[in-house]
Design a protein around this ligand. Structure first.
Ligand code: ADP
Ligand code: MG
Length: 358
């Protein structure tokens, strides 16, 4: 169910000048500026000055002045913006502001996913940017699922993309130092991490999607996203009986993802949609060989990793999950950003936000 952006669409474009290879601003002026002028889209450019600048700005801004907020960066800046919106008193209205994505980072998972949903052939770099710029000019708005994430410190975050622990989180964060090479940093990070492959111990449980019927096709109810009766209130409570507890406790990775792409060239979830009401949960259990793991990631470029029938790879569609690391050391990321290490619980809220899409 699509709506159209208000015309003229008063647009705030937030640019992170340090994202990707540090060229987001040049990419904007070189490829997008003229397109927006041609399409008569009035915009105000905001260049972020530090981490959390966008989050603070969005938390305090008069959002009635804007018909769309557009991010020109990687996924990390959208994570800031969504959390800034959800921290507001008027978060119910705020989170209805249409969000747009222009890929300017090294991790452009959402942009790659949106482009994929348009059923166009794969695109990278400038071509992907132009595709997303075109969508912005076209101005169609659809729904976007969000995931609320609870941490042990009882902090709550909102995620639009991913929760990762183990191999994927380590590669994402360790490869930050190769940011200057762009999206290929993930392949470099994968090769480095493969050389020092390790096992992560923890407990994983989830609420299978089939346990709850898909909600009717309407936007999420405007209440502070509740925990459903199927969802324990706190991480101290045991998981309910209708949850599945995974028997294995030795993992190489756990990855929960809400979109088709984990990166521009990682087609992780064939069939995912921006508002399918699902968390796509993958885990790889210990015992997988290095070549087999590399093969999975290489196959992901074509979205064919599930076809291998690899016995260590498990894929489930879920509505909520809980991860309790036992290993003392490790990293957990939410939307590619490091969060507090420890028990973590997540639940999907279908169609909570709005997204400029094909
Ligand atoms: P990339 O895909 O290249 O990692 P992101 O959009 O994910 O790009 O941004 C990387 C990090 O930079 C995020 O943690 C984001 O919050 C942070 N950030 C945003 N603006 C700035 C800035 N002006 N200076 C430094 N860091 C910033
Ligand atoms: Mg990032």
């Amino acid at each position: 169910m699509y709506t159209e952006l208000r015309r003229p669409c008063r647009t705030m474009i937030l640019v992170n000048p340090h994202s990707g290879r540090g060229q987001a601003l040049q990419l904007f002026t070189g490829h997008i500026q003229a397109m927006l002028t041609e399409a008569s889209v009035p915009y105000t450019l905001v260049i972020t000055e530090h981490q959390n600048h966008a989050r603070e700005l969005v938390r305090n801004a008069d959002l009635t002045q804007w018909d769309a907020l557009v991010i020109m960066s990687g996924d990390g800046l959208l994570f800031e913006v969504i959390n800034g919106m959800m921290e507001r008193e008027d978060w119910q209205q705020a989170i209805q502001t249409p969000l747009g994505m222009l890929p300017g980072g090294s991790g452009n998972a959402l942009a790659a996913s949106i482009h994929h949903y348009s059923q166009s052939p794969p695109a990278w770099n400038e071509e992907l940017l132009l595709s997303c710029g075109f969508m912005l000019c076209k101005g169609l708005v659809g729904s976007l699922d969000l995931v609320s994430v609870h941490l042990a410190s009882s902090q709550r975050l909102f995620s639009f993309l991913s929760l990762a622990w183990g191999f994927v989180a380590d590669v994402d964060i360790e490869s930050e130092k190769y940011r200057h090479v762009g999206a290929i940093r993930f392949l470099m990070g994968t090769l480095v991490r493969l050389a020092s492959l390790r096992v992560y111990q923890g407990r994983l449980a989830y609420l299978p999607a089939k346990e709850i019927p898909k909600p009717p096709n309407e936007r999420a109810k405007a209440t502070r996203p509740p925990f459903t009766p199927q969802q324990p209130e706190t991480l101290c409570q045991p998981v309910p009986e209708n949850w599945t507890v995974v028997n294995e406790e030795d993992f190489v990775l756990v990855l929960a993802i809400c979109h088709s792409h984990l990166a521009e060239d990682l087609w992780t979830v064939p069939g995912a949609m921006a508002d399918d009401g699902l968390i796509h949960l993958f885990y790889v259990t210990a015992g997988i060989s290095r070549p087999a793991l590399l093969r999975l990631f290489l196959a992901m470029e074509r979205g064919s990793h599930l076809a291998y029938g690899c016995p260590h790879l498990v894929y489930e569609k879920v509505r909520a999950l809980r991860l309790e690391p036992i290993s003392q050391q490790g990293m957990i990321t939410v939307d590619g950003e490091v969060v507090e290490y420890g028990p973590i619980q997540a639940q999907v809220h279908p169609r909570m936000a709005r997204l400029i899409c094909p």
